[in-house]
Design a protein around this ligand. Structure first.
Ligand SMILES: Cc1cc2nc3c(=O)[nH]c(=O)nc-3n(C[C@H](O)[C@H](O)[C@H](O)COP(=O)(O)OP(=O)(O)OC[C@H]3O[C@@H](n4cnc5c(N)ncnc54)[C@H](O)[C@@H]3O)c2cc1C
Length: 418
């Protein structure tokens, strides 16, 4: 059997390893002491802590769903839920996505927004927006941009929205037509187009349950950081100066680190690795909290007065997440690295009588693409392929992937290259 090293044990590494392990001798090399990457969770005094976000699963891709459910018993091991997301503005709760719940806004705001939407509707609208900001203003108008889309997205992305290319949006935001926006407000229709409008969630242990199941039977070496990759004369790949020699490598780590790892004499490849070495990303600080009960899944916090941008009521996803608490639990998410003292102050101002139970800072949560990023990664991928080094996952491909997209990318990689 040919040998494959998979670098990284997040959902991407676990998925491709399962797909390849019937035909290849696969080893996963993971620099962390625990496997699972972004989706691993831990128990804090019995309560489940999604250390990053609050991972729920769904997909629009039937093949991904079929692959996923071939590993799990959907009925007995998962719960299915309908998203109940809200936006907190002016101390009131507005439905999410906001464009479908304009009727819940105060009269004055609603008038301004509807007038603007009607004007936009009459205009011959530009189809090809070049960046995220243009897209948001062109689709929803200045008023709604000022009220929600601008502040929320600036907070979460912490970057100039005009510099974010539009292809970033593929599959992430519904592309609503204005007449549909107005109609859904009049008819008070729920929106079902987004991938997580309904979702699946493990009955126990959240995304850690997914990690545990997918890792069964795989060979995973934790605490193993890959620092070098070289090519031998016989074209085999040497990892960490020959500590391991393999036929192929699937790299699921951070593409920005690759120029320090891949030691191959190829000027074009070196340039391509340097081209992506300084891509920007955002980290997130997360606080596991106890909270008073509610029936919300995600609460968005666009207002500048809050430093946090979202509360994920993970305790509502499954009761087993609250086993150490008399109340429910949730995760409060902040952009960037925040001091604990600041977060504790903020918790006092947020709804739910929050009490902090644990903190985590994840330096790499959100990738930010530039206009040339996709082309830069495509070139790098093409230059690595002859050496049988492949890129896979959110940070290796620099794509805003959810778990399902990581699985889809793994399926494509298996089909095209193995
Ligand atoms: C706040 C937030 C909320 C989210 N919510 C959802 C959600 O609800 N549903 C959903 O489907 N998706 C969600 N996502 C997206 C999801 O987390 C990612 O798509 C997925 O976890 C990415 O997995 P990955 O394997 O590509 O990367 P990672 O999980 O980052 O795995 C990469 C692994 O590689 C290891 N590694 C890196 N370099 C090396 C090296 N040199 N040697 C050895 N090991 C190395 C790392 O330690 C890491 O374990 C969310 C993301 C965020 C940030």
């Amino acid at each position: 059997m040919k040998k494959v090293a998979v670098i990284g044990s997040g959902i991407s590494g676990l998925s491709i390893s399962r797909m390849l392990s019937k035909r290849y001798d696969v080893e996963i090399l993971e620099k962390n002491q625990l496997f699972g990457g972004l989706i691993k969770c831990e128990r804090i005094e019995g309560n489940l802590f999604h250390r990053v976000g609050g991972h729920v699963f769904n997909s629009r891709n039937e093949l991904v769903l079929a692959w996923f459910w071939s590993h799990f018993d959907q009925e007995n091991e998962f719960l299915k839920a309908t998203r109940n997301a809200k936006i907190l503005m002016n101390d009131s709760l507005i439905g999410y996505p906001i464009e479908n719940y304009l009727y819940q806004l105060p009269d004055e705001q609603l008038k301004l927004i509807v007038n603007e939407l009607l004007t936009l509707l009459k205009q011959d609208r530009k189809e090809a927006y070049t960046n995220f900001k243009e897209f948001l203003i062109g689709n929803f108008g200045q008023e709604l941009y000022k009220l929600y889309f601008g502040p929320y997205n600036s907070k979460i992305w912490n970057t100039d929205l005009a510099a974010v290319p539009l292809h970033w949006l593929d599959g992430k935001l519904p592309m609503p037509k204005l007449n549909e926006v107005l109609l859904s407000n009049i008819q008070k229709k729920e929106e079902a187009g987004m991938v997580h409008a309904t979702f699946y969630y493990p009955k126990r242990d959240g995304s850690q349950f997914i990690v545990n199941r997918l890792s069964e039977g795989l060979t995973i070496h934790c605490d193993y950081k890959v620092v070098s990759i070289q090519v031998q004369e016989d074209q085999l790949l040497r990892i960490n100066n020959g500590d391991r020699v393999v036929d192929s490598i699937v790299y699921c780590g951070d593409v920005r680190a690759l120029h320090n790892i891949v030691q191959i004499e190829n000027e074009a490849l070196k340039n391509a690795m340097m081209n992506v070495a300084n891509l920007p990303s955002n980290g997130t600080s997360n606080v596991l909290c106890e909270t008073d009960g509610n029936d919300i899944s995600w609460l968005y916090l666009p207002e500048d007065k809050f430093k946090a941008h979202r509360i994920i009521y993970t305790g509502n996803f499954s009761d087993t997440n609250n086993e150490g608490s008399k109340r429910k639990t949730c995760v409060v998410e902040f952009s960037g690295k925040q001091e604990q003292a600041l977060m504790l102050e903020e918790l006092k101002r947020l709804p739910g009588n929050l009490k902090a139970l644990a903190f985590n800072y994840e330096p790499n949560s959100y990738i930010i693409q530039h206009k040339t990023t996709r082309a830069d990664i495509a070139l790098l991928r093409a230059l690595l392929k002859p050496y049988r080094i492949f890129l896979l996952g959110r940070f290796a491909e620099w794509e805003y992937y959810n778990m399902d997209k990581c699985i889809e990318a793994a399926m494509e990689l298996e089909k095209d290259s193995f």
